[in-house]
Structure formats: C-alpha cells, structure tokens
Design a protein around this ligand. Structure first.
Ligand SMILES: Cc1ncc(C[n+]2csc(CCOP(=O)(O)OP(=O)(O)O)c2C)c(N)n1
Ligand SMILES: [Mg+2]
Length: 337
C-alpha cells in the first residue's frame, strides 16, 4: 500500500528544515562509508578517523549557523566540513590527494579546510585549536561582524592545558564561540574514567569558567539543535561563550588501524541501537514522511556521493608547481585582512 504524505508533517519537530537536516546526516554518513571503501582499496594514504555514529552533533550544530560563521574541528573532522556544505568532490579529492581537493590534495583527511564554507581547519594536535577558536571569535569582535565560531573537540581534549586556557580566555572576554565536546567515551583506546577526575569531562568543568553545565544527547539531532541554537543566540547577543557536552559514540575504532576490540560488545550493540541517522529517520516517519520518501532521499544522496567520489578519482594529483603555493599566507589573502 502506498502511504500518503501528511500535510502537517514536521510540525511536531523542533528543527526548522528537518528534511534538509536528514539529507545532510545521510551525506555525512555516506561520505564516511564511501571513504572507508576507498581507503580499503588504497586510494587514501596515511590513516583516517571516521565520525560514523557522531553525525547528529555536526549536523545539529551546523543547522544553527549561517554563512560567515566559523567552524574548527579535529582530525575526526570530515563530518563537520561536509555538514557546513563543502562540495563533496573536493572533500573526496582532499582525501585522495588530488588537485580537485579542498586544499589541492596537500592536507589530506586530517586537515580538511574550506574557508569559503567557514571551515577554518581541522587540527591533528589534540586541543590545539581551542585557542585558535578564541582568535577567530575575537576577530569577529574586532571586525564588528556578528560571526559565531563553533569549535568541536573530543573528550580527550578536556585534559589538555589549551582547553582550560581557551575556556578561561573566552569567558573573560565574552567571546562569541561555542565549544562542543563530542564525548564518545574514549580517547584513542583509553576510556574516559581511567584518566579523568570527573565523570562528565566538559560539563563538570564548566563552572570553573562561570559557564552553565550543558549535557545533551549527541545522538539526538533535535536535542543538539536546541542547545546549540540557544548557545549561538547567546554568542551573537554578546553574552559570551558556551560549552556543550554532547554524549555520543564512534561506531568504529579510533582510526583505520584500530578494530576497537577493547570495547565491550554489549556497549557497541547498545549504541548501534541508538544510531543517530536511523533514529532521526524513525522520527521523520512518525512526523509524517513516508518510508518511500525517506528511501528516495537516501537513494539520491548515495548517487550524489558516488558521483562526487568518481569526479575526485578522475582528478590528477597536484603538479610540482603547487609545492610552494598556499604554504605561507600572502598579504593579499582577503580572509586574513
Ligand atoms: C597533544 C596530542 N597528544 C596526543 C595525541 C595523540 N592522539 C591522537 S587522537 C588522541 C585521542 C583523543 O581523544 P578525544 O579527544 O576523545 O577525541 P576522539 O578521537 O575520541 O574524537 C590522541 C591521544 C595528539 N594527536 N596530540
Ligand atoms: Mg573521544
């Protein structure tokens, strides 16, 4: 039986554009799946850190941002750059080291960057980018724009000095930045509790900087959207930073060399049950989308991802003349001025 689309669909959801958000979550998920397939075929050199299972954090926050807002993330950064709308062929091209890549193939998986889409870098040094996020937020103040910076990092970063320095500075200067800790229970192979004095690594430290303690279900895109929207509004109104701890789970190992066997199988199974993409699909179905429609949305995204990967594979590696371009920032680079 063909289901009829309901006319009031979506009215019970708190996300403004639920279908778009679903499409973005699927893009993020299928880019990761395709990247994994091509990694196994040796198209991606070095390692790669996937954010499969953490899509609701990236997409939920991105849905609260507008053009001109900044995003900084970690080596587990594909999700955030795709969620901000960077072209998929350029994302794949960067992973494959091709000319079409976001950084002409010179950065690779851990350094996806797209200034045009507000993505001011993915950083492989744990915690290093939090003070940089203070800098981009401070630049908005100096330039008199209403730009907000979103800064994503893992639970492990909360034990790094730079986390505390950045939080303190942002609070003292009331900087327009939202710090988002993606608490996925592990820092590489180490469970949080083994090396952290408090159970909630970010939220339990918020009061040290005069900030509200915010914990959110990071697998629930609506919940993420709601807390992020409030934080962004606060930042734009000049009321200073927020620190959000999003509880989530990386469904795969830390990087491609890690099968993740140190995790109890019941724990993995429990989190797979709470997969953010399928949970949101169920919610859309309850809100009036038909299963057919949801399937068609996914088919279209899969086709889009396949085509983007093909285009990237057809692109050549950067030529030797690119070796010294974009290495140092020239004085004519508009985003620095
Ligand atoms: C300053 C620094 N120390 C150690 C490492 C090695 N390292 C890479 S990822 C990682 C774990 C970080 O865990 P978390 O912040 O929770 O992020 P997740 O990988 O879970 O997203 C470590 C220790 C590093 N890259 N930088
Ligand atoms: Mg972690």
């Amino acid at each position: 039986m063909v289901q009829e689309a309901r006319t009031d669909r979506g009215s019970a959801l708190s996300l403004p554009r639920p279908e778009e958000a679903y499409r973005d979550m699927l893009r993020v998920r299928h880019v990761a799946e395709k990247a994994y397939e091509l990694f196994l075929k040796n198209y991606i050199h070095g390692t790669m850190h996937l954010g499969v299972g953490q899509e609701a954090v990236a997409v939920g926050v991105a849905a609260t941002l507008k053009s001109g807002d900044y995003t900084l993330g970690t080596y587990r950064g594909h999700n955030h750059v795709v969620a901000r709308g960077a072209p998929l062929d350029a994302c794949f091209g960067e992973l494959f080291g091709r000319e079409i890549g976001l950084c002409k193939g010179k950065g690779g998986s851990m350094h996806l960057t797209s200034v045009e889409h507000g993505c001011l870098g993915s950083y492989a040094i744990v915690g290093a980018h939090l003070p940089i996020a203070c800098g981009t937020a401070w630049s908005a103040r100096l330039l008199g724009t209403d730009s907000v910076t979103s800064c994503f990092f893992g639970d492990g970063a909360t034990n790094i000095g730079a986390f505390h320095e950045a939080l303190n500075l942002a609070a003292v200067w009331k900087l327009p930045v939202i710090f988002v800790c993606e608490n996925n229970l592990y820092m590489e192979y180490t469970p949080i509790a083994n090396v952290t004095a408090v159970p909630r690594p970010a939220a339990d430290r918020a009061s040290a900087y005069g900030l509200e303690s915010i914990v959110v279900d990071g697998n629930d895109i609506e919940a993420v959207y709601n807390v992020a929207a409030k934080a962004v509004q606060r930042a734009r109104a000049g009321e200073g930073p927020s620190l959000i701890e999003a509880l989530t789970y990386r469904q795969r190992g830390h990087s491609r060399t890690d099968p993740g066997r140190y995790r109890p199988s019941e724990e993995v199974a429990e989190w797979l049950e709470r997969d953010p993409v399928t949970s949101f699909a169920r919610r859309l179905e309850n809100a009036g989308w038909t299963l057919d429609e949801l399937a068609r949305i996914e088919e279209a995204v899969v086709a889009e991802v396949e085509e983007a990967a093909e285009r990237a594979l057809a692109s050549p590696p950067p030529g030797p003349e690119e070796l010294f371009t974009d290495v140092f920032c020239g004085s004519n680079t508009s985003w620095r001025n």
